[in-house]
Ligand binder design. Structure first.
Ligand code: BEZ
Length: 212
């Protein structure tokens, strides 16, 4: 059955450019991003992996570990990483899973046969420290992902997780947020939102971003 938000991210053990990885153990108590690439030595993927490497500090400060996947074997990944480092002027600083038998790709439903029978689409999963899937996005092979958006969603997920707020459409860092509707106790509201809030409607309560 296809994976859904809230499901436990399937565990697996696989080879990678940084050795054998047992996924849940590798994640430890961090958040995780697992994202797939159609194949090694493809242009869009090369730019995406370079971008991800350059965002190392942005992922680290959000307590997020990043891991990529492509259906090619480890020796190919290692040669490709040299190209990525060279052309994107960076150093790949995260593992790339080798999935030549498509075992992990199938586990995560990353192969969409009507798009391509053998290569993965651009799937991306954000996984929380309890190993629950919190975001799934799917892009076609020809469209590189927007990593600013991925960081934005992680910020939103973490605001919900740690501060009981949700983020409105087009929200960006520093904008007001909305108090989750399940929070109704006036004492809890006072304690959680010392800067106060504006109730535009009983269900639409805006408050300054709590962690700024
Ligand atoms: C790629 O880089 O993976 C790619 C580029 C153009 C079309 C399809 C895939």
């Amino acid at each position: 059955m296809a994976l859904r938000l809230g499901d436990t991210a399937p565990d697996f053990t696989a080879d990678s450019s940084e050795g054998t990885i047992s996924f849940h153990e590798w994640l430890g108590d961090k958040w995780g991003v697992l994202f797939s690439h159609p194949a090694d030595f493809t242009p869009v993927c090369t730019t995406e992996l370079g971008l991800t490497a350059k965002l190392k500090d942005d992922f680290a400060k959000r307590n997020v570990k990043v891991i990529a996947l492509s259906v090619d074997p480890v020796d190919s990944h290692k040669r490709w990483i040299e190209d990525i480092n060279d052309t994107q002027k960076t150093r790949v600083n995260f593992p790339i899973i080798a999935d030549p038998d498509r075992r992990v790709s199938m586990l995560y439903d990353m192969i969409h046969p009507n798009a391509n029978a053998t290569q993965t689409v651009r799937s991306l999963f954000v996984i929380d420290p309890a190993k629950k899937i919190r975001l799934m996005i799917t892009y076609p092979a020809s469209t590189g992902r927007n990593f600013d958006e991925i960081l934005r969603v992680i910020d939103s997920l973490q605001l919900t997780e740690y501060h009981s707020v949700a983020t409105p459409g087009n929200w960006k860092q520093g904008d007001d947020v909305v108090i989750v509707p399940s929070l109704q106790d006036p004492e809890v509201l006072k304690q959680k939102f010392p800067k106060g809030y504006t109730a535009l409607r009983p269900y639409l309560r805006m408050t300054p971003q709590p962690n700024r």
